[in-house]
Write a protein that binds this ligand. Sequence first.
Ligand SMILES: *Cc1c(COP(=O)(O)O)cnc(C)c1O
Length: 497
Amino acid sequence: MTFAPREPRADADETLDPDDWDALRAQGHRMLDDMVDYIAGIRTRPVWQPIPAETRARFRAGLPRASADLDGIYREFADHIAPYTAGNVHPGFMGWVNGGGTAVGMLAEMLAAGLNANLGGRDHVPIEVERQIALWVRQMFGFPDTASGIFVTGTSMANLMGVLVARAARLGPSVRERGLSDRGAGLTAYTSAATHGCIAQAMDLAGFGTDALRRIPVDRCHRIGVDALRAQVAVDRAAGLEPFLVIGSAGTVDIGAIDDLAALHALCRDENLWLHIDGAYGALGILSPEIAPRLAGIESADSIAFDFHKWGQVPYDAGFLLVRDGEQHRRTFAAPAAYLRRETRGLAAGSPWPCDYGPDMSRGFRALKTWFTLKAYGTDKLGAMIARTCALARCLEAKVAAEPKLELLAPVQLNIVCFRYRSDDTDRVNAGIVASLHESGIAAPSTTTLDGRLAIRAAIVNHRTGVRDIEALVSAVLEFGARESEVRQFEAREAGR
Ligand SMILES: *Cc1c(COP(=O)(O)O)cnc(C)c1O
């Protein structure tokens, strides 16, 4: 007896494609119209609003087993997801360092999702698009043609990969088989006390441990003390350790300080150290003729990590790693595998592939939204937009200086302003001001601690932010500051009774 295999059906009801393409098309047009309205009308909405318990509870519902109607799912999105985002599309968003995105980037994301390209490897034009961005990035930073560049999630990942490339450059390819073993035990890296926390994490994940990272004190403007760095390198060498890496900052996350990158490069050359730059948001300042001179020296770095999703306004996520010695970069990550065999013809051609330059095999088409953004606006306009966010920060600085109730807590160097409301019990009052600002939906700055004092931190990153948003922030801080101070005074009187 034989079993005739049943012919698999490929009808619409067995695939995941719609039965009715016209209905899908109409639904898609509604979604697109709504999202264009959402972005165009973003000012009419609160920056942020608290999530109602009922909305939060919906997202605890279990695994859907049955199919559901797309229109209903979309309504759930419109009613319960879209209104409760963090607000970084909004011009009043000034917290942390978040990009605002653009409608152009959104459309490119849709196109990328339609192509569903996997940029791990093989021979197709989406990879050429990513290679073109790498070419443009080399041009931006004055890197040689032999430098390599690759998209990653964000600068946290790009910094980790930078540390791994520096590690392999120092210890040679055998580190990939043998691990750090004895030779890696004494390797030390250097960065400033103001550097982002992901650098310490990168040292941890790369196997060195965070103790192998020396945090060098900063000057008044939060730049690394280069003399102190030189002295620490000498002390460590004398103790039998092996300095191998310096991580410079191009825009610190707390106040936007840029290290003296030319001095760091000179030191690294003298001491034979790898120079990696965390330029997460600040490196794209290179596009502004006003800011670029302050990044002098970045063109000499061994590697640079930065994000297109911050000052570049590309929708999340779009981090990037640029490595001067592209071959060293490839040797750090490339691994032969029978199922990834390269050919000189056909779809398996085009080696080396992006998967040879990082730990990811499957990779999305982040390059497309970046390509659209760079082409649609051009780097002159993007540079001008970046300079404008810095001008707005200076405008806020001037308003703070002119207002007796407010006090500046750090020099404004780029686009970040740290200040506070003068009051008794200042930290609590200022934390209260920021929470009230968030709840009011007027503006969303964040906080940081500078010299032990809580600061209201406004990072102007969003291209939509304008003078009126700065004015709205200042008047709301004054209003909430007076209210919070009163509440604290009342509490203090009650407690003293
Ligand atoms: C944002 C930021 C990071 C982290 O980048 P992600 O893209 O969020 O991973 C690292 N360093 C600095 C200076 C940053 O501003």
